[in-house]
Design a binder for this molecule. Structure first.
Ligand code: F2R
Ligand code: MG
Ligand code: MG
Length: 352
């Protein structure tokens, strides 16, 4: 489909769910041989497999809250979104949430809370969380707002409900912008070479803010940490076939911090735009992206979820094997919600 087509919306939301469900198998594993990944993915195609449906985790649980809030309020409403996060956590606390964020989610449930951003600010002795929990649920902002200024503003605020450190919320901004560009056709051949440069120039503005500069100093990061990582993505891409998984992990990371996972997810998508050695020839780009994200190990559900959203916005829904969709809890709902977001996106501009 063309830029911002329904197929791209469906692809983005459904592939994010798939990444979470399929990636959950390896979350936290240090080394994941590609053979094991392919065995896991092949298993999804076995109709008689006895494993049942793959459950989604916090990544999808919180994304669903973001989607429902944006749809119900026809825009961003921090009170509504915070309430939904708290309610979802109290109904299903066992979805594998981060150890710190659960304190925020409990506080957000309080009826006496006036400032919904306050519990996040109190995290980690007032430094706020730099985890990737804001980024993992950021894709819907790119499906609700068409203007990059709105996407930046609301993905940042949506993440700040739980992640007040710029190393956390700027990961969400980067992820939402990557989905936005992909949705606009930014990974199609004529535009592909400028995809990463566009993200770098957006993030140069984002990271120039005082709060970001100050957080970078606190955590001994460089002045423009996300831009630096995006430059590393670019360098790795220029080396093309000679990049090993070990180098990707050492240059970009595969961990729970947004800085060590959002640029990694973007790299997974770019690297898998072409066929790669070690990945089945029958695989299309979406399947390659999933398999490659899992083979990195570490925070596999979240990296595959974020890479899935960007890749799905590029390849569209038809690139996602139906049999994979049938195995994943929440894939059908994501498909229905993608259509609703598509309608909202193409209606009058959504206001906050
Ligand atoms: N939590 C997990 N996986 C761990 C095990 C789950 C297990 N398999 C199970 O089933 O129970 N995955 C999910 O968490 C990640 C998103 O986390 P989020 O929402 O960012 O949480 P949090 O707690 O804010 O941050 C995560 C950890 O990062 C460290 N951290 C963050 N900021 C810090 C700071 N300022 N100083 C020091 N440490 C900081 C802490 O260890 C946090 O607990 C996703 O992977 C999702 O899938
Ligand atoms: Mg998770
Ligand atoms: Mg995770």
């Amino acid at each position: 489909g063309g830029p911002a087509s329904l197929s791209r919306f469906r692809g983005a939301l459904v592939a994010a769910v798939l990444g979470d469900c399929v990636g959950g198998e390896f979350e936290g594993a240090e080394e994941v041989p590609m053979d094991r990944v392919l065995q896991h993915l092949n298993g999804l195609e076995d109709e008689s497999r006895g494993d049942g449906i793959l459950q989604y985790s916090d990544d999808t649980a919180m994304t669903r809250c973001v989607v429902q809030s944006l749809l119900t309020r026809a825009g961003f409403d921090e009170q509504d979104m915070a309430r939904r996060f708290a309610k979802e956590y109290s109904h299903s606390p066992g979805r594998g949430y981060g150890a710190g964020v659960i304190q925020v989610l409990r506080k957000l449930a309080s009826p006496h809370l006036n400032d919904v951003f306050q519990p996040a600010r109190a995290q980690f002795s007032g430094h706020g969380s730099f985890g990737n929990g804001g980024a993992m649920r950021a894709a819907p902002f790119a499906l609700a707002f068409s203007n990059p200024v709105d996407i930046r503003r609301y993905s940042r605020l949506g993440a700040m409900l739980t992640h007040s450190c710029s190393l956390g919320y700027n990961g969400a901004v980067l992820q939402a912008l990557a989905v936005h560009l992909s949705l606009q056709g930014g990974l199609e051949l004529p535009h592909r070479p400028t995809f990463i440069n566009k993200l770098i120039s957006e993030m140069e503005e984002v990271e120039a803010e005082d709060a970001a500069r100050s957080d970078s100093r606190v955590f001994s990061e460089s002045e423009f940490p996300f831009c630096d990582r995006l430059h590393r993505v670019k360098d790795l891409m220029e080396r093309n076939t000679s990049v090993s998984i070990e180098e990707v992990i050492s240059e970009l990371g595969n961990g729970i911090a947004a800085l060590h996972s959002v640029p990694t997810a973007i790299f997974c998508v770019l690297h898998c735009l072409e066929p790669r050695e070690g990945l089945p020839e029958r695989y299309g780009g979406l399947e390659r992206t999933m398999a490659y994200s899992l083979a990195l190990g570490g925070d596999t559900d979240t990296i595959a979820c974020m890479a899935g959203a960007i890749a799905g916005a590029h390849y569209g829904i038809d690139a996602i094997p139906q049999i994979w969709q049938r195995c994943c809890e929440g894939a059908e709902d994501a498909d229905i919600n993608a259509e609703r977001l598509h309608t909202l996106y193409h209606q009058a501009p959504a206001e906050g």
